[in-house]
Design a protein around this ligand. Structure first.
Ligand SMILES: Cc1cc2nc3c(=O)[nH]c(=O)nc-3n(C[C@H](O)[C@H](O)[C@H](O)COP(=O)(O)OP(=O)(O)OC[C@H]3O[C@@H](n4cnc5c(N)ncnc54)[C@H](O)[C@@H]3O)c2cc1C
Length: 462
């Protein structure tokens, strides 16, 4: 039912990509069992997440070639995790027993221009889906900073972009198809399943194998983005609400030094008779060339700036498909703070600047609209996120996170499910008001705990 050779090829390809060694093997040589055995005997190349900071606890990877095969396969496995595009920085996707990948299942199943929805196979990435949607005249409401991630993995962890009127990516989900622990296929929709649906969308990989996702779409649109350099913390403090409402999507970048946001990224929909972007934005100066969020890095892998109009999917992410997003060798953490505490929380973190900056590549501040999805960090509250792209030094970062979390505790800050945090399970229980209902839902879908791993056992079921 599952082609083990194909699975092993995929695994070794992933390893090679992780190591960024670009092994110059022809596809025939990659397929050679001798090479595969050699790599596994050498033991040096393990299967890791995208950032390479997490070595998965098993190399037992099965790749589904068709949706029809999944129920029987799931039913047979005692323990299982689905692996998406491996972009989480913590062990939420890890398994000691076995992985199922849906990577080859990456098609658009149907597009309904009446209900404005698209149904996709769960293995598809935003980078694959977006140009196809655009070609048919449609668009999504938002994207994360990169298009390389799987739709299912992103939505189940409440991945977000920016824009105070934009909910996270999971808010576009209007339907889900799941294979539960027993191998049963369950279909849920926003329209018919109310609370059950709202509990399942941000499911943290705990409910089953998501096989299909239905997303809200809208007519396609064009966007442009302008970057401004040097916004003072003083201006941010005085004009935070004006700054956040000044564009469709706003991102503030800082290394916390000199009381400055080094860059402000403003992404807007192109509209008729739009005034041209002013040379100054609350004292910050309009950039004269494309920039990377980490100013020292080349902007080559970044989406086009300087007001050049382009399709929504080439402006909403910061990073372009086909290039390494962000810095590559890095760690990430992110905290969601209720919008009304945004300025206070940012200034609280600023007080830690001399501890943070030596270990930091860049911080990004974004705004996200409230939603009604139980395990979303934006459940019932609009949020501002304080994100940290760290140098890849876990011993140092692991000491800093509790200090930052202590500073943000008065604001009941919720950590990003897919990034690194040290928030205690007790605190998570206190700040996620629907945690008990979610645990009950997960037990209903997965009574034996087939999809539970260390992350879920510690943080959700502990
Ligand atoms: C460079 C970089 C930039 C990023 N930018 C952003 C950003 O802008 N905004 C943001 O919010 N996050 C961002 N992230 C984090 C990222 O979006 C999330 O970690 C997201 O979960 C990645 O999806 P994935 O498919 O890679 O997940 P994986 O790490 O593969 O899996 C995550 C979880 O989803 C589950 N899962 C995946 N597929 C399925 C399925 N079919 N059925 C059931 N469960 C499934 C897994 O079991 C696991 O529990 C970024 C990460 C990186 C590396």
């Amino acid at each position: 039912m599952y082609d083990d050779a194909v699975c092993k090829i995929e695994k070794d390809t992933l390893v090679a990509m992780n190591k960024r060694t670009f092994l110059k093997l022809s596809s025939a040589t990659i397929a050679s069992p001798a090479i595969l055995r050699l790599m596994s005997w050498a033991g040096a190349d393990k299967m890791t997440n995208w950032a390479g900071n997490l070595e998965y606890s098993t190399e037992n990877l099965h790749t589904a070639k068709s949706l029809d095969e999944i129920p029987a396969f799931v039913k047979k496995q005692p323990k299982l995790k689905v692996l998406g595009s491996r972009h989480c920085f913590n062990n939420i996707a890890d398994s000691k027993d076995g992985f199922l990948s849906l990577k080859p299942l990456d098609e658009i199943v149907s597009l309904d221009s009446q209900t404005l929805t698209v149904t996709v196979d769960a293995g598809i990435t935003y980078g694959q889906l977006s140009p196809l949607l655009d070609a048919k005249g449609f668009a999504l409401h938002n994207l994360a900073s990169l298009p390389h991630i799987s739709v299912a993995g992103a939505c189940t962890t409440a991945t977000h972009g920016s824009g105070e009127k934009n909910g996270n990516l999971a808010t576009a989900v209007s339907g889900l198809e799941l294979v539960t622990a027993s191998g049963d296929v369950v279909k849920l929709s926003r329209q018919h399943d109310g609370e059950l649906f709202r509990g399942a969308v941000v499911g943290l990989g705990a409910l089953g194998v998501i096989t299909k996702v239905t997303l809200d779409i809208q007519p396609t649109y064009m966007m442009h983005q302008y970057v401004y350099e040097g916004l003072s913390f003083g201006a941010m403090k005085e004009h935070f609400d004006e700054i956040e409402s000044s564009a469709y999507s706003v991102s503030l970048f800082t290394d916390w030094q000199k009381g400055l946001f080094s860059e402000v990224w403003l992404k807007s929909r192109v509209e008729k008779d739009q005034p041209s972007a002013p040379p100054e934005f609350f004292g910050a100066k309009r950039a004269t060339k494309n920039l990377h969020p980490i100013a020292e890095l080349s902007a080559e892998n970044c989406t086009e700036q300087m007001g050049v109009p382009g399709p929504w999917y080439e402006r909403l992410p910061h990073f372009r498909m086909g290039f390494t997003p962000s810095a590559g060798k890095e760690l990430q953490s992110e905290y969601f703070v209720p919008r009304q505490h945004a300025v206070e929380a940012i200034l609280a973190v600023e007080r830690l600047r001399d501890e943070i900056t030596p270990h930091l590549l860049i911080t990004e501040i974004r705004a996200i609209a409230a939603d009604d999805l139980w395990m979303s960090p934006c459940f019932n509250q609009s949020c501002v996120t304080i994100h940290f792209t760290w140098k890849q030094d876990w011993p140092a970062v692991s000491k800093l996170l509790p200090i930052i979390e202590k500073e943000l505790a008065p604001f009941r800050a919720r950590p990003h499910w897919g990034k690194l945090f040290t928030t205690s399970p007790q605190t998570l229980r206190a700040i996620y008001t629907k945690m008990d209902q979610f645990v009950a839902l997960a037990r209903k879908f997965d009574p034996p705990g087939k999809f539970r791993n260390d992350f879920l056992n510690t943080n959700i079921f502990g």
